[in-house]
Design a protein. Structure first.
Length: 384
C-alpha cells in the first residue's frame, strides 16, 4: 500500500527582524530531517508541513524564512514537498505560499506525524490519522497541565522521554497515554567520520533562554545554568573544549568561559545550514555537553537529537546524566556525568581508548536510534 506521511515541523520562526540570522542554528532543522529521511528510506512519500505565525514575523520575513527552508531542503530532494498552514488562522498570502504544496493536498496524507505542538485542531482534524511526538519530555506535560500550552487532540501520543507516563514520574501525564519512542538519526546522512587528533570536543548550545513555572515554583531553565556546574572543566583536562553558542553569551560570560579555557564560537556561523551543522559535528573529536536544569530535576532520561548525530558520526558523547534509563549507557560510547569530577573522569576514559569508544558510539546509534527502525515502529503503532 502506498502511504503518504505528513511531518509537522517547527522551524519557520527562525528569522530575526533584520533578516540576517536564524534564531536557531540549523541543528533544529535536523530534528525533523532525521524523521523525514527515515520515512522516505522506508518508501513513504513525505510532506514537510510548517506553521506560519504572523504574530512573530512580518510578511517579507516569512517569505525569507520559506525561501531559506526550501534552499536547505533542496539537497535532500524535499524542497518541493513543503506545505504551509497558519498557526493564527489568518489567511496566507500567495507571496508566502508561492512554490509550496497546497494545504488541501497535504491533508490528504494517510498519516500526520506532528512534532509541532501549536498546530491548530482545525488542521489536525483534516487528516485521516494523526500522532503527536513530544520532544520536550516533562516540560510538555508541565506546560499542558499549567495551562501554558494547549495541545490539539490526536489519535496517539508519543514521547522521547522514557519516564513520561510511567509510575513515579515527577510530572503529570495530563490524562494522555504516552508511547515511548527513541529520537531518530538517519544513519546514511551521518557516516562515521574521523577528526584530526587535535580537534576539540564540542557542542552546539543555546545559552540564555529558559524559564519553568510549575506548581507555584519557578526556576531558570537555561543551558548557562547547566554549564556553570562544569565551568572549570578545561582546567582539569588537556583536551580542547569548544562551545558553539546560540543566543550569544554576553561579554562577561564569554570572558568568564574563555578565562577558564573554553573555546567559544557563534552557533550561527558554524551551523548556518544543515550541511554546515553536519560538518561542524563531524570535524569534532566528540561531544561535551550539559542539559537544561529541567532534565535533571524531572529525571526524564532525555537524550538530545544533537547527541545522536555525534554518536552516528562515530564521536563519543560526554553528556550530563538526565536520569535512569533502560538502555542508555554511562561508559560505552556515551558517558553520562553528574558532576565536574565525573566529567573529568569520563574524558580521561574516552581518551584512553578513543578508537574503541568511537566504534561503540556508532554501534549505540545503530542499535537504538536508527531512523528507519524508530520510524517503522511509530508507523506500525499509529496505523495498527
Amino acid at each position: 500500500m502506498s502511504i503518504t506521511v505528513c511531518l509537522g515541523a517547527n522551524t519557520l520562526y527562525a528569522q530575526n527582524s533584520n533578516g540576517n540570522k536564524l534564531l536557531y542554528p540549523s541543528g533544529h532543522r535536523w530534528v525533523f530531517l532525521n524523521w523525514a529521511l527515515g520515512l522516505r528510506a522506508l518508501g513513504y512519500r513525505v510532506i514537510w508541513l510548517e506553521g506560519v505565525n504572523f504574530r512573530k514575523t512580518v510578511n517579507y520575513e516569512l517569505q525569507a524564512c520559506v525561501s531559506l527552508l526550501k534552499s536547505h531542503l533542496e539537497q535532500y530532494d524535499l524542497a518541493d514537498s513543503v506545505a504551509l498552514y497558519s498557526i493564527t488562522n489568518e489567511p496566507l498570502s500567495m507571496a508566502i505560499t508561492e512554490g509550496c504544496m497546497d494545504l488541501d493536498e497535504a491533508c490528504e496524507a494517510d498519516l500526520l506525524i506532528n512534532l509541532a505542538y501549536k498546530m491548530p485542531q482545525e488542521v489536525i482534524k483534516r487528516f485521516r490519522r494523526s500522532v503527536m511526538v513530544d520532544i520536550d519530555p516533562g516540560l510538555t506535560q508541565i506546560w499542558i497541565s499549567e495551562g501554558q500550552m494547549g495541545v490539539a487532540r490526536h489519535d496517539m501520543y508519543f514521547t522521547i522521554g522514557e519516564t513520561v507516563g510511567q509510575p513515579g514520574a515527577m510530572f503529570p501525564d495530563c490524562g494522555l497515554q504516552w508511547h515511548y519512542t527513541p529520537p531518530p538519526v538517519y544513519l546514511p546522512a551521518w557516516p562515521p567520520t574521523q577528526a584530526e587528533s587535535i580537534a576539540p570536543y564540542t557542542t552546539i548550545t543555546s545559552w540564555w533562554d529558559g524559564w519553568v513555572e510549575s506548581q507555584g515554583q519557578s526556576y531558570f531553565n537555561r543551558k548557562r545554568d547547566g554549564f556553570m556546574q562544569v565551568l572549570d572543566l578545561p582546567r582539569w583536562t588537556t583536551y580542547p573544549l569548544e562551545l558553539a553558542i546560540c543566543g550569544a553569551a554576553d561579554k562577561n560570560d564569554r570572558r568568564m568561559l574563555q578565562e577558564r579555557g573554553w573555546r567559544i564560537c557563534d552557533a550561527f556561523d558554524v551551523a548556518s545550514s544543515p550541511r554546515n551543522y553536519q560538518r561542524y559535528i563531524q570535524n569534532s573529536k566528540g561531544e561535551i555537553s550539559c542539559a537544561k536544569p529541567s532534565c535533571i530535576r524531572l529525571q526524564n532520561a532525555w537524550v538530545s537529537d544533537r547527541t545522536l548525530c555525534y554518536l552516528a558520526s562515530g564521536k563519543p558523547a560526554v553528556i550530563q546524566h538526565t536520569g535512569p534509563s533502560r538502555f542508555l549507557p554511562d561508559s560505552a560510547g556515551m558517558f553520562r556525568f553528574r558532576n565536574l569530577e565525573e566529567a573529568v573522569r569520563c574524558l580521561q576514559v574516552v581518551e584512553a581508548d578513543y578508537d574503541q569508544q568511537c566504534k561503540l558510539a556508532r554501534e549505540l546509534a545503530e542499535e537504538y536510534f536508527d531512523a528507519q527502525k524508530v520510524v517503522k515502529n511509530v508507523i506500525e503503532q499509529a496505523l495498527a
